[in-house]
Structure formats: C-alpha cells, structure tokens
Design a protein around this ligand. Sequence first.
Ligand code: PGA
Ligand code: ZN
Length: 417
Amino acid sequence: MNITNIHAREILDSKGHPTVEVDLTLENGMTATASVPSGASTGSTEAVELRDNDNARYFGKGVLKAVANVNTTVKSIVVGQDVTNQRNLDTLMIAADGTENKGKLGGNAIVAVSMAAARAAAMAQNMPLYKYLGSLIGNTTFVLPQPLLLILEGGKHGNWSTDCQEYFVIPKKERFPTFKEALRAGAEIFHTLEQLLHDKHYATGVGYEGAFCPMEMKSNEEAFQLMTEATEKAGYKMQDDIVLGLDAASSEFYKDGTYTLKSEHNGKLTSRQWTEKVIEWTKKYPIWSLEDMHSESDWDEWAYFTATIGKDHQIVGDDLLTTNVKHIQTAIDKKAVNSVLIKVNQIGTVSETLDAIALSHKAGFTTVVSHRGGETNDDFIADLVVGTSKQSKFGGPDRGERLAKYNRLLRIEEELQ
Ligand code: PGA
Ligand code: ZN
C-alpha cells in the first residue's frame, strides 16, 4: 500500500505554541493525521525541535521551516513508498536528515510523518493502531496500562510552586484490575484534592499537564501530605490501594554537582545529600516510582540511587535517556535505572522508539509511555502504550489534550473485553 501524498501544516499545541501536523494519504484514498507534542523541560540529547527563530511570528517559535521540510524534502522521498514498511520509511528520513539529532529536517518534521505513517498503515490493514504497533515489536498480548495519574505539579510546569515537577497517584494493579476503575480512583482523588485546596484557600488552577500547582504549597513534603489526605478522604487506602510517584525533572535545578532546592531547605545540596533526602521521603511516604531524581549529567549518583533503593522502587530515566538506545545501553551498563520513560518525539521516529522499548524490556526494565508538557489532541501514545508497554503517564484527569489519551484508553479497553 503506497503513500501518494503528504501535507504538513502549522497548528497550535496545548500551550498555544505552534507545532507540526501532517496528513498522509494512501493510494486507496485513506488519509491519516498526526501531530507533534513539545517538551517543556527537555533533555539535552533530544531530537531537535526545529523552530523558525523569526521573531516577527510567535516570538520565534513558528514551525514553518519544519512544515516546509515535510512538504518538500520528506514528501519527495516518502511518496511512492510502501506505508507498511515503517522501518524503511524511518530509515529514509533519518538518512535524508543526515545528522545525529535530526537537526537538519527537524525532529518535529520527521516524527509527524513517522506517526502518521504508522496510523495509516494500521488503517490500511484494518487493524487498531495498538495492534499494529505491537506487531512491530512482536507483541500479541495487549493490556491496558497502570496509569501514573498526575494530581500536583511544580517545577517548570507549575510555576515552581515546589521543586519537583510532577506528583502522581498510582492505583495498584491488584486493587484496580481494569483501567477504567484505576482512572476513576485517580479522578476522584483529583477532585477531592481540589476541594481540600479550596478549603485551605489554596489556588486550584492547573499547570501544563492538568494538575494543581498552588503557589501556597510550602514544600515537597506538603505535597505528599496533601496527596495522602486527598487519597484517604476519597475513600482509598494509601499503600494498600494507591502508591505515589514523582518526577523531579531535576536537571532543571542541578548545576555543577549541586541541587538547589527552593522549598525544602532554602539551600544547596550535594548529590549525596539530595539522594539521602529523597530516600528519607520514600521511608515516610509510599513513593514507589521516581523519575529523573538526578540530573542527566549525574550518572554516578543515578547508579548509587538505583543500587540503594532500586530493588523495590521504580527508578525511571527520562531526560537522562531521551528514548535513545545509545543512552539506554549506557544505563544498562552502569545499572543506572530500572525503568525507561518513552517519548516518541524525544528520539524522532516510531521505529527508534520501538527499538528503545525493545532494548529496555530485554534488559528487564519497565517502560512508561509519556505525554509532553505541550500536547495536541493526538491520541497516538494511548495506542503505543497498549501495544508495547504497561504504564502510562498522560497527566491530570482534565484538560482536553490529556483526556484525549485517557478516553482513547477507555475505548480500547472496551474493545478488548
Ligand atoms: P516535558 O516533561 O514535556 O516537560 O519534557 C513531560 C513529562 O515528563 O511529563
Ligand atoms: Zn520527566
């Protein structure tokens, strides 16, 4: 089934910034559309998000160059190719770009075409997208993910209300065997927290990813206390029903061996002091999943942290690994993580994303499929998680671009029953 046309356009993402959307048409007349998310706190080795840097438009954030790259160069190599050969399409685009980080054509240009091609290939074969993506890594059993549900935001996503960027409630699989019940628990805790914040005269506006980020919150520990209170008030038991998760996105507050915390100590911590602080939290609160607690340049401390608490905690690499097999291999060699965050636009093609997932699983790591700070209503990652992984990180249970993914998961669950 050959590709007959592709067309890219500039649309806006959930932060109101331009991003790339692509329509890809097949010889049977079917068209698939895909659009690209955008990171807020990005890893330094991510695929390049090509922006126009023309200050006369969108303060330089326009993506007309990336759009033009799709409509000329990428179009010329992709049209006429078989859409069901994802690896070939991705390899052709990587070769045409010719750089290590997709800096010439733009990771945002390439990934939009790559995702639209996968979606079109599934449509052409009359297959749900999750099944098609699963087939590309030899997976034939599909389960709905355990959601890491975001209820509080700090850091760069939440006005620096606290140091850490994301605070999750994680419904335990054994207590919530279906996704819809896990989502319900998360949404109930979310709304109970809203009431709690309201009663305390704390702000109830939400951050980039749809969770509360009250500036009145005084510390990371207060966040854990609020989450515990909300969980119990909503009728769930902390530890038995619900555990907690954290994404510190700590590269944002790390420099030259020092973690600078706003809330906890008004001060500067060495790597080891910071690690000890985090371990102390895990003893006081049931925090099970810990993402980017250390900076992407603090590899030795990652390894120490994983060796110390990795046996019964999930230690997730995001900015450290950028969905890149090269960095994942380093993490395997250094025993730096036991879990890998998966973001398609960090690496820039569907095939390379699937390679990252396959390598992670081969090493015995879990994979967590993730949204970005800036999203569109594209629900590709919902199918990706069902096709390939067992955990999702799709934000708070509000904001349309987050619900697009959650609601797609509800539909898939119904279909699989
Ligand atoms: P980012 O982070 O989009 O700011 O990189 C998203 C996340 O890790 O949830
Ligand atoms: Zn992260």
